[in-house]
Design a protein around this ligand. Structure first.
Ligand code: COA
Length: 388
């Protein structure tokens, strides 16, 4: 297997893009990544595009070919593949690109993610997202994603005694970070009161416990590490790629407030990189709801089960804390265009490792991690990246 490096990154602003199409968003992110890697599209050998539900959101399928066409690659006939794993589509697209380069099958590969979610009514976006759960056993009986994560939150609070205020600290911290990220959808600082007095969505989760509905795209370019210096002075090495799956319905889980697929993917990634939690300088986790970040930092081993509420309220996951979590603002403040999120997480870690993160920069960052979840944890992708 060859060593693989990220040599270019690009991200659109996340938010509501009424005046831009699905394909415009992808083309913008791809062009930014090419510009960042100082290369033309002619060097690209293959593309993997994470997308959850363009069929439901913009009535477009056949995304791999569409994206290659609008990126100006139709006449070169390069392989371009859509990757779908609900909200983990981007993380899996990145993993496929890394595997393609590591295996020697391809040299210069784009891993991208794109979603345009705001063109449909809220009821339609909620229903499309429910397709990531078990439609027969969960969706058809009325469960939505806020509802499913609310069950996880209830179970967790009952078992471990986490308070509502401790949970709210996740959102306050992520908005603080997002206010320092130019691409964030909601770049505003908030207080505990903002969270605790916001509209109830699914008890105990309120509006500010939820990630929003978002349009956006992100792209990264990967290459063999030995060729990376042709394109950039700051290649970022992929130290580990891991993926795991679990039962799709919550009722089949051993324990609904532990995502066993996160545990498995995290352990595999640490093993592959020959690193431990202490080596990680910052981690982007999948905070689709505030409770998801609480579970994630425990499942990845950054704190003990049942302690993440206090750990967060004590500031250990803040920018200056023991393990800064979601320096980008996470899904909560930066936004969650579902197919693009896993790639945006990689962009954030690369930005931190290059020292380009401005007012949210982690000093002396050398190694970072991403954690991207599909559904309520039926798919998880974890990556570890490091400075060369
Ligand atoms: N956080 C903070 N503010 C939010 C927000 C969020 N997550 N979502 C919307 N808002 C704001 C809007 O900007 C708007 O503000 P304004 O009135 O000042 O313009 C207001 O709240 C109402 O927005 P609207 O779009 O009507 O919200 P909604 O009630 O239709 O949707 C949620 C709110 C939480 C239900 C929706 O964002 C949602 O379903 N989120 C979860 C997405 C999801 O499940 N993703 C997959 C996870 S696995």
């Amino acid at each position: 297997m060859r060593d693989v490096a990220v040599i270019g990154i690009g991200c659109t602003k996340f938010g509501e893009h009424w005046n831009r199409s699905f394909r415009d968003l992808f083309v913008e992110a791809g062009a930014l990544a090419l510009e960042d890697a100082k290369m033309s599209g002619e060097k690209i050998d293959a593309m993997y595009v994470g997308n959850m539900s363009a069929g439901r959101f913009v009535e477009q399928e056949h995304i791999g070919a569409l994206i290659a066409d609008y990126a100006g690659m139709a006449s070169r006939h390069i392989p371009s593949t859509r990757v779908e794993a609900a909200c983990a589509s981007g993380g899996l697209a990145f993993r496929q690109a890394v595997i393609a380069v590591a295996s020697g099958m391809e040299d210069i590969v784009v891993a991208a993610g794109v979603e345009k979610m705001t063109d449909v009514e809220p009821s339609a976006s909620t229903d499309a997202l429910t397709g990531a759960a078990d439609r027969e056993w969960e969706g058809f009986v009325g469960a939505t994603f806020p509802g499913l994560y609310a069950m996880i939150a209830k179970d967790y609070m009952h078992k471990y005694g986490m308070t509502r205020e401790q949970l709210a600290h996740v959102a306050v911290k992520n908005h603080y970070n997002g206010a320092r990220n130019p691409i964030a959808q909601f770049p505003s600082e908030i207080t505990l009161d903002t969270v605790l007095k916001s509209t109830m969505v699914a008890e105990p989760l309120r509006l500010f416990d939820c990630s929003p509905i978002t349009d956006g795209a992100a792209a990264v370019i990967v290459a063999p590490l030995e060729r990376a210096k042709e394109f950039t002075d700051t290649p970022i090495k992929v130290l580990a790629t891991a993926q795991a799956s679990d039962s799709i319905a919550l009722h089949d889980r051993r324990d609904i407030s532990t995502l066993d697929a996160s545990v498995a993917a995290g352990q595999r990634a640490f093993r592959m990189a020959r690193l431990t939690q202490k080596d990680i300088n910052m981690v982007e986790v999948h905070d689709c709801f505030s409770i998801a970040e609480i579970c994630a930092i425990e499942d990845l081993g950054f704190c003990k089960k049942g302690t993440a509420g206090k750990f967060t309220a004590d500031g250990e996951t803040a920018l200056g804390g023991k393990i800064p979590v979601n320096t980008s603002g996470g899904l909560k403040s930066c936004g969650h265009p579902v197919g693009a999120t896993g790639i945006k997480q990689v962009c954030e870690i690369v930005t931190q490792l290059r020292g380009d993160a401005g007012r949210r920069q982690i000093e002396n960052a050398k190694i970072g991690m991403t954690h991207n979840v599909g559904g309520t944890g039926a798919t998880v992708a974890v990556h570890i990246l490091g400075r060369v």
